[in-house]
Design a binder for this molecule. Structure first.
Ligand SMILES: Cc1ncc(COP(=O)(O)O)c(C=O)c1O
Length: 378
């Protein structure tokens, strides 16, 4: 057993250095090289998307999506407040208003029953965030979006190979976004992908990602010069990032199997605390599959959250809270709008504690962490 348990640790597949070496010796280290193409093939095929375009981060993938949708000043984009700033910031950069809706108390995902009331004539997109890789109620969200002719961009930053009714997260809405930041289940340091689930976006997305030029078409021999055609930015990652990502993607099934096993074990070991009413454990709705990206406890009495964190820390076990709600943050108050009060968001933000979960965590570590949590409540 470890003497000190960090909150997070990357698990390398063993092929990262070999692929980095190959990339360096090939002299193709800029974007759109062989590793980028292979990663995009793997992602589109595994997730069932029309196209996958690697980006420098999940944040950039959302920014690319907002450009593709031509989000304009005055537009509104609906999202949960319990999320990372990157769900909102790309739309604020376009001059749009993020409209914050409360979350469900069970999955901590956007509460679909509150969606209709948030829609106005200015609503251009809904961004459901699949918190911890556990799916939002996508059928209801899509039906509402279709009825109002609003685009859906799934923020599946946490959700590689997670499922909703047999479909992969990120492949269900018009577009989907994943993150490959170091802290995610598949880690390339930084990196992301924009999944295009409708072929109508593909040509323009390539142009916006390449500084507004048709450089990709030029490299395919489809045009004899490349030129400035549209707005855009530099969203394409180096092939070095893609080399690391390819090694991770090839190992993904094994990495996720270990996380899912740890998640199930925590559920078994901590269930008595839920039954005694001390904590709420994650809910994985039927028909969905998570990946063990995050394991959290929501304390019934929020005043004990700091105490549990301290208790774990005294035993050298790291634990962390999560998002500071966007609707009440300084930038959220300045640029966003909340739909009513968001009581579930506020309660969860003050009482959530995430505990270590990663493939290298050993069975005895999981027992030790669970035991330490149990002694706090006893
Ligand atoms: C819900 C959510 N969306 C988007 C992002 C942004 O991803 P990245 O760090 O790759 O920019 C994150 C990052 O943690 C996230 O948690």
């Amino acid at each position: 057993m470890r003497t000190s348990i960090p909150y997070h640790e990357v698990t390398w597949s063993g092929h990262e250095i070999e692929y980095l070496q190959q990339c360096l010796t090939s002299m193709h280290v800029h974007g759109d090289g062989p590793f980028t193409h292979r990663c995009e093939e793997i992602l589109a095929q595994k997730l069932g998307s029309h196209r996958a375009l690697l980006t420098t981060s999940g944040t950039d993938a959302i920014e690319l999506a907002s450009l593709l949708l031509d989000i304009q000043p005055g537009d509104e984009v609906i999202m949960p407040s319990f999320t990372f700033v990157s769900t909102a910031n790309p739309f604020v950069l376009r001059g749009a208003t993020p409209v914050f809706v409360d979350i469900r108390p069970d999955t901590l995902n956007l509460d679909e029953t509150l969606l209709e009331a948030a829609i106005t004539s200015k609503t251009k997109a809904i961004v459901p965030v699949h918190y911890a890789g556990i799916s939002c109620e996508m059928d209801t969200i899509l039906a509402i979006a279709r009825r109002h002719n609003i685009a859906v961009i799934e923020d599946a930053a946490h959700g590689y190979l997670c499922e909703y009714k047999g479909k992969m997260l990120g492949s269900i809405g018009d577009m989907g976004v994943l993150s490959f930041h170091q802290t995610k289940t598949i880690a390339a340091g930084e990196g992301g992908v924009l999944l295009l689930n409708d072929q109508k976006f593909a040509t323009r997305a390539e142009i916006l990602r390449e500084k507004g030029t048709n450089r990709r078409q030029f490299f395919r021999g489809e045009v004899d010069k490349y030129t400035w055609c549209d707005v855009g930015s530099s969203f394409l990652p180096s092939d070095l990032i893609a080399a690391v990502l390819q090694a991770q993607l090839e190992a993904a099934d094994g990495l996720l199997a270990k996380r899912r096993a740890i998640f199930s074990r925590y559920m078994e070991l901590l269930k008595p605390l839920q039954e005694a009413g001390y904590v709420q454990l994650p809910t994985v709705p039927s028909g969905t599959l998570g990946s063990g990206h995050i394991f959290y406890l929501i304390l019934s009495d929020a005043t004990h959250t700091a105490g549990l964190k301290k208790h774990l820390s005294e035993k050298s076990i790291a634990s962390v809270s999560h998002y500071v709600p966007l609707h009440s943050s300084p930038a959220g108050e300045r640029w966003g709008r909340a739909v009513g009060t968001l009581p579930v968001t506020d309660r969860v933000a003050s009482s959530i504690l995430r505990i270590p979960i990663y493939p290298n965590l050993q069975a005895e570590d999981v027992e030790h962490i669970s035991q330490t949590i149990s002694t706090f409540f006893s």
